[in-house]
Design a protein around this ligand. Structure first.
Ligand code: LMR
Length: 396
């Protein structure tokens, strides 16, 4: 039966974890997967999460099936966070939100729904994009192409080319946009540029699908989510997938969501009914724990304040690591101006290192980053940064 089954390649990101775990180098550093580690190199358990769990344990509940679309209080909290507490679209019942299995799950529910709705549409992702975007939309049955994004020479975004790429796309094309903290490059476009993207998407009648996995890691919760407001103000229908993996340090709980902004309440009800079919036929209904934690935190004012402080702490520490990395690379004799690292946002830095250099970092020094040159600066700390810098200096 399985004689013809071919060995699939390792996942370009999660596959690195397998390699990292098997590496016996005592000085190894994992800058591959997008995970935040604290100044001691530990995966944090946020205080707000621990307190919410304590509260939940004090009044334990049985674990029945959740509704197909998840915990109602969670979905509502997601809407408040993503669209704003006073959002007209939410108040008017025009937003269909479902709990998802992480941000990836939200993307997949959206992709499967879109494939049924518009089977011939093409999907455009940024060049480059999160490795799994292409794989996920391809596996959902779409042809996936790219729009220009990264400008290696400029160390930034080739915005004119991006805009031209979007304007040239046929009506109905699904365009996947990173709401903030672009993965993998770390380069975001400005609010004024977003306004032009929104206009282009509207004029070309594209279907915007915003991936927001890093809200709060760029400039702040509100600032990072500001683009959503621009899409709402333009009166567009659009998709937003969200993730709490990073912002709550709840990676393994797989807590995310998909929201679809529709024209009317009636339309949203019909869209929701279809999303529920996608979920029911994939995994029936979502798990309880992580979403209950997030709902408890977001809906309890004191815990929410604590969460915002803890998220700000992670954001600030990442920025400090960026500054330190630039200083130390300079001190290590790297001639090239590396200050672009501090203009990037979120967990990642597109370092400009080649595939060959990334592989040497791994095999010779136990420093793991993605072949594309992406390194997770959120995993740097004062103890491991010198080893990372000296290894980069040696391969440069
Ligand atoms: C990443 O890009 O490293 C994260 O989003 C984790 C993942 O699932 O790939």
């Amino acid at each position: 039966l399985f004689a013809a089954v071919e060995m699939a390649p390792r996942d370009p990101i999660l596959g690195l974890n397998e390699q990292f775990n098997a590496d016996t180098n005592p000085n190894k550093v994992n800058l591959g997967v997008g995970v935040y580690f604290d100044e001691n190199g530990k995966l944090p358990l946020l205080k707000c999460v621990a307190q919410a769990e304590k509260q939940m344990m004090e009044a334990p509940t049985a674990r029945g099936y959740l509704p197909i679309d998840g915990i109602a209080a969670y979905d509502k909290a997601v809407q408040g966070l993503v669209f704003g507490a006073d959002s007209a679209a939410v108040k008017e019942g025009r937003v269909a939100t479902v709990q998802g299995i992480g941000g990836t799950g939200g993307l997949k529910i959206g992709a499967d729904f879109l494939k049924r709705l518009n089977p011939n549409a093409k999907v455009l992702i940024s060049d480059p994009s999160w490795e799994n975007h292409r794989a996920l939309f391809t596996n959902a049955g779409f042809t996936v192409d790219t729009y220009p994004y990264y400008d290696a020479a400029k160390k930034g975004v080739n915005f004119d080319a991006m805009l031209a790429g979007l304007k040239a796309a046929p009506a109905g094309t699904v365009v996947v946009l990173h709401a903030c903290c672009h993965n993998p490059t770390g380069y975001d476009i400005t609010p004024a540029q977003w306004a032009q993207v929104v206009d282009a998407v509207k004029a070309a009648k594209l279907v915007p699908f915003l991936d927001m996995a890093y809200q709060g890691f760029g400039e702040g919760i509100k600032e990072d989510g500001a683009v959503i407001e621009q899409f709402m103000a333009a009166g567009l229908d659009f998709f937003v997938s969200t993730s709490f993996s990073k912002s709550f340090s709840l990676y393994g709980e797989r807590v995310g969501a998909l929201s679809v902004v529709c024209e009317s309440k009636d339309e949203a009800a019909r869209v929701l009914s279809q999303l529920k079919i996608v979920i029911r036929t994939n995994y029936s209904n979502p798990p309880t724990h992580g979403a209950q934690v997030v709902a408890t935190v977001l809906n309890t004012p004191a815990l929410r304040t604590l969460w915002e402080e803890e998220l700000a702490g992670m954001r600030v520490r990442i920025k400090e690591m960026r500054t330190l990395l630039v200083e130390k690379l300079k001190a290590a004799g790297i001639k090239q101006d590396m200050s672009f690292i501090t203009s990037q946002k979120g967990m990642f830095s597109y370092s400009g290192l080649s595939k060959d250099q990334m592989q040497r970092l791994r095999s010779e020094f136990g420093i793991y980053g993605v072949d594309s040159g992406r390194i997770c600066v959120a995993a740097l700390n004062k103890k491991n940064i010198d080893a990372v810098v000296s290894a980069i200096a040696k391969v440069s």
